[in-house]
Design a protein around this ligand. Structure first.
Ligand code: NCD
Length: 306
């Protein structure tokens, strides 16, 4: 049984993660359109209160392929805009027949409060700077499917780790997956402290590239910085940390990025359009991973009915 509230990667066991990877690979081999053949009596609600292209629409596509019923609750156009709480919204959706909700909100850790008595199953689609578990899981799937399984390897996460929910979820997953992590970027963008031994810091991008098997780039999370001074910061950042062809010369490391990219800041256009870039592969594998996850929730629901 999957947890009724998937807030963080650590809500899953290693065995559950391995099962999700296998199911996602099975869905990929079979073809996502071939997986579900009839409309299923299961309803998922999307509640996205922060901008999203990749996460939201890969959930939408996954739900379409699985033939679940779907409700797209746009917070600004719902009673949430009148002040209704997330909890009351979820109980209302439950009364309308919703079984599961995928939630993106700016409030970190909000889903935690529902763990004792969740109105419906909940999947965290990104909560502020806190966690983004399905992104980390799909990144792992993408690495495995590209022949770049990070087990026993080193991944350099380059960029704004401090404000990145993606990093926070990747760090949990990589610890479970026996993967070393180098956090690289300006001091102001790196977490102040990390207790785990699988993580190290590095302020020199050439050294991080040299030591790592895989590069994972992050966007500067402008919206999460107080008093962000864009112009100078971006130019300085690009000069010191941008991944471009020159820096990769003689070091062919695959380049992952959860998107969206600030092109010409953390990544050059040539690298983004080049053979080492895995960003589009991550977008593709997001569908298989999210289908596997949603399908597993559907099976849990069916078992609960019996
Ligand atoms: C990330 C997010 O929203 O946390 N993108 C994503 O989900 N694919 C990263 C980002 O916004 O920089």
């Amino acid at each position: 049984m999957l947890p009724r509230v998937l807030e963080s990667v650590t809500d899953l066991t290693l065995e559950q993660i391995q099962e999700l990877m296998s199911l996602a690979r099975h869905i990929k081999r079979k073809g996502p359109t071939q997986f579900a053949t009839t409309q299923l009596d299961f309803t998922a609600a999307l509640i996205f209160d922060e901008n999203s292209t990749r996460t939201k629409f890969s959930f939408v596509k996954s739900l379409q392929y699985l033939r679940f019923h779907t409700i797209d609750l746009i917070p600004d156009q719902s009673s949430m805009q009148k002040g209704e709480t997330l909890e009351e919204t979820l109980y209302t959706l439950k009364a309308q027949g919703v079984n599961l909700a995928i939630i993106r909100r700016s409030i970190p850790g909000e889903l935690h409060h529902f763990k004792l008595a969740p109105p419906v199953a909940l999947i965290n689609g990104g909560d502020g700077m806190h966690q983004h578990p399905t992104q980390a899981l799909l990144d792992l799937l993408t690495m495995m499917e590209n022949g770049e399984n990070p087990k026993g390897k080193t991944v350099a996460i380059i960029g704004d780790s401090r404000h990145s929910r993606v990093t926070h979820s990747l760090l949990q997953l990589f610890e479970m997956w026996d993967t070393k992590v180098i956090l690289c970027g300006p001091q102001s963008s790196l977490p102040r402290s990390y207790s785990s031994g699988h993580i190290s810091w590095c302020f020199d991008v050439a050294e991080a590239i040299e030591k790592a098997d895989i590069l994972y780039l992050l966007r500067m999370q402008n919206e999460r910085h107080a008093n962000f001074q864009q112009a100078n910061f971006f130019a300085d950042y690009a000069a010191l940390f941008q991944i471009n062809e020159e820096r990769l010369k003689g070091r062919n490391r695959p380049v992952y990025h959860p998107g969206p990219s600030n092109i010409s800041v953390e990544i050059s256009k040539e690298v983004l359009k080049g053979p080492l870039y895995r960003g589009y592969s991550q977008v593709e594998h997001a569908i298989y991973l999210r289908m596997a996850l949603l399908w597993s929730y559907y099976l849990d629901h069916k078992r609960g009915e019996r």
